[in-house]
Each structure stands twice: as structure tokens, then as C-alpha cells.
Design a protein around this ligand. Structure first.
Ligand SMILES: C=CC1=C(C)c2cc3[nH]c(cc4nc(cc5[nH]c(cc1n2)c(C)c5CCC(=O)O)C(CCC(=O)O)=C4C)c(C)c3C=C
Ligand code: FE2
Ligand code: FE2
Length: 340
């Protein structure tokens, strides 16, 4: 029997500092997130970051937490429930970090008799800290605990027509009447991650990422963010000069891909952008990084820089047209099982 596992990033169990600390420990000790040798990663994460960050992050989580729990988990559950109504195979969710884990999700599916799983990493763009770590973790769990289960993975969908149409329509509906610029703010990654995952070793993080065709693009997060942006702009018929791409959520002292969202928000009002619309297409569901970092902190940065109107455009969340896209992408992979 077949089944679907939707995988998102995950959130702490609660906003208690110890729960946030446990979550950040699992997240930041992932070698695909902080990619130093174990000893240096442990020194940085456990010796420095976890001494102060959990308390600050817990305060931030408190500002977005709902009665039902973390927005990211609640929204992923809503997507699951809506998808379950549209397909005739079991659908479960799993988180890369914390609970419900990928193992919990696979177990629930196997308890329903599932032995062939379509696993959907809910990230449009590939990065070693997104799609790659999900697939690595799922394979580790499968080999150790469920050796008889087959898993078929959905690949990044950053340029798929159905996704671009859906994202463009969603943005169009939420765009304010008057805006000077539409900013696309993607989660950032350290530059080193892009060099590391480039099998061709040709991406130089300059014009290369914007070129039409290059074998490095399959693993270049920066290219994939630009492509999503360009395709959406084209669909919306927006002049490129009215759009901005930037990268948010930088952590630590390494160089991350630029431009940084916080710096951009502070400086664009002086260049004439007083009315801003902003969208975060690296996230399919709203989460701490959109609801707090962009909608609250980002807004303050923009207003502080002289901006006047800041309009945050929510993620696709559980919009029906997005659930249709999830269904189509899952069905493509479900059908592949018949071909093997
Ligand atoms: C969308 C893709 C994501 C990438 C790429 C990514 C990379 C990445 N993230 C960190 C550090 C943190 N991220 C945090 C929160 C967070 N990150 C993503 C997604 C991506 N991260 C999401 C969806 C969330 C929100 C989770 C939620 O519960 O709502 C956090 C925790 C919050 C905080 O303390 O600020 C950290 C830390 C690194 C180092 C990284 C590197 C590639
Ligand atoms: Fe590139
Ligand atoms: Fe992150």
C-alpha cells in the first residue's frame, strides 16, 4: 500500500527555554546546517550559541505561538488534513527536527499498512540544509528501522509551472494597490554551503547563478531563489526594477549569500521605496522567520529607515490552490511506483 509523508522543518515542543534549547541543539548540530567538523560544531553550538540563544528565541516564539501550538506545525497539520480529503492513500506529517519526527511519521504510515512512501520535503528550493538533510535523515531512519519500506522523494519544485502559477496568483491577490517595490526575501545560507554542494565546482556566486543554463544550477540554492523570483515576476507582469531579492535569518560570523534582508530594509527607503510589499517564498508555511523576523522586526527596520507602508504577504499555508499543487506533485511520484 502507498502513503504520503509531508516533511517540514519542525519547531520546539513549547516556548519553554529548555524545549527551545533541545530543539536548537538538534537543529544546529545537524552537519548540513552548521557544517563544521563535529568537535568545532559542538564547541560553537553547545559552548557558545546554546548559552544565550534559547532564551532570546523562546521570547520570539512566544510572540507567534498560538493556542494550538507552533504556527509551522499547525499549518503543516492543516495541509495534511486538507490533502487527506483529496487523496485515497494515508497522509502523515514528519518534522526534520523535534516531534512529530520523520520516524514517527513513517511509523504511523506503516501501522496503516503502507510500504511505499512518497516523501515530500516542503521546501521549493534545494539546499543542503533543506531537501538534502531531509532525504539523508529519512534514509537513515528507513535503513535502521524500516528496511522493507520504499521511499520516493519529491524533488525541489522551485521552477515548476503549477507551483509558480499558484504562488503568483496568491501574491497577486494579496498585493496592495500601491507599492513602490515587491521584495522577495528568502532564508539565507552560508556561501560555503553553495560551493560545497556544487558538483561542477563552477558556481562563483556571481552572474553564474542567473545564467539560463548551467549544470551547477541543480544544487545551487541561490540560482533556484532567483529562478522562482524571475518566473513569478514574469507571471505578474511586474517590471524587474520594481522588485528586490534578499536573504534573511543570517546566523554567526560566516559570509552568507547577499544582499541581507535586514540591511536592505533599512536602506531602500532612502532610495525611494516608501511603500513595500514583501513575500518569503522559501517557506511554504508561515513560521517564526516570517511572522516575527519579517512581519515584526523587518517592519521596524523598514520604518526606522524611513519607510511608510510595510505590507507582509503570507505564505501559501493551507490555501486550496496550494493543496492542489501538493496533490499533483504527490500523485506524480505515487504513479512512479507503478513504473518500477
Ligand atoms: C527555508 C529554508 C531554510 C533554510 C535554508 C535554513 C537554513 C538555516 N537556518 C539556520 C538557523 C535557524 N533557523 C531557524 C528557524 C527556521 N529556519 C527555517 C528554514 C530554513 N532554515 C524555518 C522554517 C525556521 C522556523 C522554525 C519555526 O519553528 O517556526 C532557527 C530557530 C529560530 C531562531 O533561534 O532564530 C535557527 C537558529 C541555519 C544556521 C541555517 C543554515 C544553513
Ligand atoms: Fe549558482
Ligand atoms: Fe533556518
Amino acid at each position: 500500500m502507498k502513503g504520503i509523508l509531508l516533511v517540514n522543518l519542525g519547531s520546539p515542543k513549547s516556548t519553554a527555554v529548555n524545549d527551545v534549547k533541545e530543539y536548537l541543539d538538534e537543529f544546529l548540530m545537524d552537519e548540513r546546517v552548521i557544517d563544521y567538523r563535529w568537535i568545532f560544531r559542538a564547541l560553537l553550538v553547545r559552548g557558545i550559541i546554546l548559552k544565550t540563544r534559547p532564551a532570546n528565541s523562546a521570547e520570539a516564539y512566544k510572540t507567534v505561538w498560538t493556542d494550538e501550538g507552533s504556527p509551522l506545525i499547525v499549518i503543516t497539520e492543516k495541509i495534511q488534513k486538507k490533502l487527506q480529503k483529496l487523496v485515497d492513500v494515508p497522509v502523515e506529517i514528519g518534522m526534520r527536527y523535534a516531534e512529530p519526527s520523520i520516524e514517527t511519521g513513517i511509523r504511523k504510515l506503516t501501522e496503516k499498512g503502507v510500504s511505499e512512501i512518497v516523501l515530500f520535503p516542503l521546501y521549493p528550493q534545494y539546499a543542503m540544509s533543506t531537501t538534502e538533510t531531509v532525504i539523508e535523515k529519512a534514509e537513515e531512519v528507513r535503513k535502521a528501522k524500516f528496511p522493507n519500506v520504499k521511499i520516493n522523494y519529491i524533488q525541489p519544485f522551485y521552477d515548476r509551472d503549477i507551483y509558480i502559477n499558484c504562488l503568483a496568483e496568491s501574491i497577486k491577490e494579496k498585493l496592495p494597490e500601491n507599492f513602490d517595490a515587491l521584495q522577495f526575501s528568502y532564508h539565507g545560507v552560508p556561501e560555503r554551503h553553495i560551493y560545497k554542494t556544487d558538483p561542477t565546482k563552477t558556481c562563483n556566486l556571481n552572474d553564474c547563478c542567473s545564467r539560463e543554463s548551467n549544470p551547477s544550477h541543480k544544487f545551487c540554492y541561490r540560482h533556484q531563489c532567483f529562478t522562482t523570483t524571475n518566473l513569478v515576476i514574469e507571471k505578474l507582469n511586474l517590471p524587474k526594477e520594481k522588485t528586490i531579492v534578499s536573504f534573511q535569518s543570517r546566523l554567526g560570523k560566516d559570509k552568507w549569500i547577499e544582499p541581507y534582508t535586514d540591511e536592505t530594509l533599512e536602506t531602500i527607503p532612502k532610495k525611494g521605496v516608501k511603500n513595500l510589499a514583501i513575500v518569503c517564498p522559501a517557506f511554504v508555511s508561515d513560521c517564526l522567520e516570517t511572522l516575527e523576523e519579517i512581519s515584526v522586526e523587518g517592519k521596524e527596520q523598514f520604518l526606522h529607515g524611513g519607510g511608510e507602508n510595510f505590507h507582509y504577504i503570507p505564505c501559501l499555508n493551507d490555501e486550496d490552490r496550494w493543496i492542489e499543487v501538493v496533490k499533483t506533485l504527490c500523485e506524480e511520484k505515487l504513479n512512479e511506483f507503478y513504473l518500477v
